[in-house]
Each structure stands twice: as structure tokens, then as C-alpha cells.
Design a binder for this molecule. Sequence first.
Ligand SMILES: C[S@@+](CC[C@H](N)C(=O)[O-])C[C@H]1O[C@@H](n2cnc3c(N)ncnc32)[C@H](O)[C@@H]1O
Length: 243
Amino acid sequence: MKNKEFFYQQYNKIDWENQEKTKINSFIYHFIIKNIITKKKGSQIKIFDMGFGIGFFFRILARNLCNNFKEIHLGGCEPSKKNYQYFIKKKSLISGKNTKLKTHHKTFQKVKTKEKFDFITAIYVFPHFSPEDLENITKKIYSMLNKKGQFILIVANEKYLEEKLKDKRDLFIKKNIIQFSGKRYREILHYSDIPKIGKIIDYNREDEYYIDLFKKNKFKLKSKKDLNDSDFIATIFVFERKN
Ligand SMILES: C[S@@+](CC[C@H](N)C(=O)[O-])C[C@H]1O[C@@H](n2cnc3c(N)ncnc32)[C@H](O)[C@@H]1O
């Protein structure tokens, strides 16, 4: 895909704001909060959400973390004009007197910050990154995390998606090979048809590719799990920044 801007501009033509009605991804948000984020010790927490859409995860974070932490710093970026404007309109729903919010209307690649976070989350955002940007993005995530900070990556499960594309061949666009550190990995460009929201274009990559990419860039794989979210299977990887 030559036009990289395409991946966020496509959100200007679909109805991601219907997430408020369908509650898509809520299951994943609650899983992350309960099993990963609330395990952090201390009274302060800093989280950066890449490609936050309309900011639905922020609302759930603010509501669920206010009793666990005295100071909650939420940060994030969202390049789509339509999603960002909707987020601004509904910003007051991200409430909590102990919550501070700082956002960037930019791609993750263009965010400039010296701040460090305990957690960085990417919930179905890596499927929009072009393969040639992935290593720099990984290095940037490393630079924005505290020591032992964690990066939480959510993507569609590789095997689930392969099966789905066999059934619904019209969703398939093309197959690529990524070459990284002497190895070759499969990558598929395809449509995802999201109920009440619309059709978007995504990349799906082999799990091994993400594992090797992060290991090569000073992360340790802490856990990897498949999650069944209303019959859609997602994979959640948790990578920890080494030293
Ligand atoms: C599938 S939506 C998920 C939104 C959100 N994470 C959620 O759970 O609702 C993917 C989001 O990634 C954003 N995105 C696309 N390219 C991006 C980039 N280069 N940097 C940051 N976000 C990007 C899109 O604009 C879109 O809002």
C-alpha cells in the first residue's frame, strides 16, 4: 500500500463512533484492566493508548482505575479527523478527579514526547502500520516506556483470520512476505467487515514475526494468549521492556 495515510483516513468514511452502541472491544478492555493494568503496584499509573479511536478505552480506564490509583495519567494519539473530533465532543465522559489526559491528533510515528509510561497499548492498531515502519515504531515504544514497562499488543488471531479468509474470499486482498533478520514471515492484506461500523483494510501478520521483532528490540515476551470476544478470536501479546 503506497499511501500510508490511507490507513487512518479510511476512518473518516466509516462509523467507528457506533462503538458506543455495539461496545466492540469492551471485552478486551476489561481483560487488560483486570489481568494486567491493575496488577501494577504503587499509587501512580501512566498509560499511553496508540490509535485510541473515539477514546472509548480512556472512559473505561478512568472509571475502573480511580479506586486503585491516586494519580492516573492517560495519554494517546489518534490521527483520524472524524474519530478525533468525536473524541473531543465526548471528552467529558472521561471523568475522575485523579485522572489527567493528554492527547495528540497525530499518527504514532509523528508523536513527539519525552514522557515515559508504565503501559503502552495498541488495540487493533498494528494492522494499520506499514511493514517498513514497524521496526522504528518498536524502537519508539521502547523509548516511551519506563524500565520494566509493558507493551500490550492486540491483533486478530492469525489462524482464525486465515480460516475466515478461506470462507470469505472476497475479503482477501493480497499476500506479502516480510524479511526480517534473516527470516521470512507471511503478511496478508485484507478487508475486515465490522458490524454497524463498516469495512476497513488491515494487515495480518504471523505471530512469530511480532515475537521476533520485539525480542530483537530489547523486549521480553511476558505472555501471549488467545481471547474469544463473541466468536472473534484475538491474540494479546504482553512484552516487557528489558533494563
Ligand atoms: C480498529 S481502530 C481501533 C481504535 C481503538 N484502539 C479502539 O479500541 O477502539 C484503529 C485506530 O487506529 C488509528 N490509526 C491508524 N493508523 C494509525 C497510526 N499510524 N498511528 C496511530 N493510530 C493510527 C485509526 O485512525 C483508528 O482509530
